[in-house]
Design a protein around this ligand. Sequence first.
Ligand SMILES: *Cc1c(COP(=O)(O)O)cnc(C)c1O
Length: 219
Amino acid sequence: MKTLTQTVFEIFEKIEKITSPESVEVLAATKTRPLEAVLEVVENTPIKIAGENRVQEFLSKYDERVTWDFIGQLQTNKVKYIIDKVWLIHSVERDKNMKVINKEAYKIGKIQDILIQINAGEEEAKAGIYCNEAKEFAEIVKTYKNIKLKGLMAVVPLDANQKELTKLFEKTKKVYDDIKSDNNDIKYLSMGMSGDYELAIKCGANLVRLGRAIFGERK
Ligand SMILES: *Cc1c(COP(=O)(O)O)cnc(C)c1O
């Protein structure tokens, strides 16, 4: 059996074939995975960030030895439970959420870093801002004093083929470059999961979110 550490180093070898591994941040997507597995990864590999999808699971797993991001849909009434524990929130896509994040961050004297979630495939079932609305949404983010926009997170259709994915990733990268061109805080393009991270990196992602590639299939 390969250890988690070996698996992660193989992932970095793949990334190295595409670009300098230092230029890509790998986040471990840790839903359903035990804290022990998360700790094994962050203590033995270059991966330092874990991302959780649900507030309840986030809180039950939270450990100060790990840097935690939030990558799932965030209900407004639950922001207060994670605001002091979360590093980057990837999944902001509604003004209503920002209002609450801003309010709760203000209460604890924090500037909360966020990404705008981009629904690149414009799927009705998925949350997220469409590419053509992203610039306008980024302007709204600026009006919140306790929120800082750090980039974009793309979600793409699960059933898209390589060609479609390339198109969607490239489209998102363009929006990212556009927003970055007049905002020095913009730093992260979170794009690519276990099945498509190599392609996403080729298209300009500098933050990938990997669950199954690290921990194996979910049971
Ligand atoms: C689960 C999840 C991932 C990781 O997915 P894998 O296919 O297991 O790599 C990435 N991003 C989000 C938002 C997720 O919910």
